[in-house]
Design a protein. Structure first.
Length: 157
């Protein structure tokens, strides 16, 4: 179970390959992964995004990510998890987050990976500021993210 919050980029392929080797040794037969990227367009496809700046509270952020990772461990029989989340100024196309979940069977791996991402979107203390041709603005929380989180039994903040 690994949680990393960092400004540096990461190599998704290398991280996943290392995670898969460790998961197989722990008895996993399935690994599900998710990589999040900075979009070149806003969610509505209306504005071009040149970059995004992610801010967080060091220490608090890691503790929150560890808390949700522990919750995933309670809900599914996991052989391992990996969460890497970046902060700082990231240009369009840059990697933001990598989430991996390993289990003996695929359903648990898929569900845990989805659960971890839904929680990250609603509970992790990150703040996003998008840079567009019209200027920079803070990204508001989305009701659709709250709805997905509530489906897992995660209450709204």
């Amino acid at each position: 179970m690994v949680v990393r919050v960092q400004s540096e980029d990461f190599d998704s392929g290398a991280e996943i390959a290392s995670f898969e080797r460790q998961a197989a040794l722990a008895g996993a037969g399935a690994v599900a992964t998710f990589t999040g990227l900075v979009r070149g367009q806003d969610g509505a496809g209306e504005a071009t995004i040149g970059a995004m700046t992610l801010e967080h509270y060091p220490g608090m952020t890691e503790r929150q990510l560890e808390t949700i990772e522990a919750e995933a461990q309670k809900r599914w029989p996991l052989a391992g998890t990996l969460i890497i989340h970046r902060y700082g100024r990231l240009e369009a196309g840059a990697r933001i987050v990598l989430v991996c979940a390993a289990s003996s069977h695929r359903d648990a791996a898929f569900e845990a990976c989805s659960f971890l991402m839904d929680w990250l979107k609603t509970k992790a203390p990150f703040w996003k500021r998008e840079e567009t041709p019209d200027g920079a603005h803070w990204v508001e929380a989305k009701a659709s993210d709250d709805t997905r989180a509530e489906a897992w039994g995660i209450p709204k903040p």
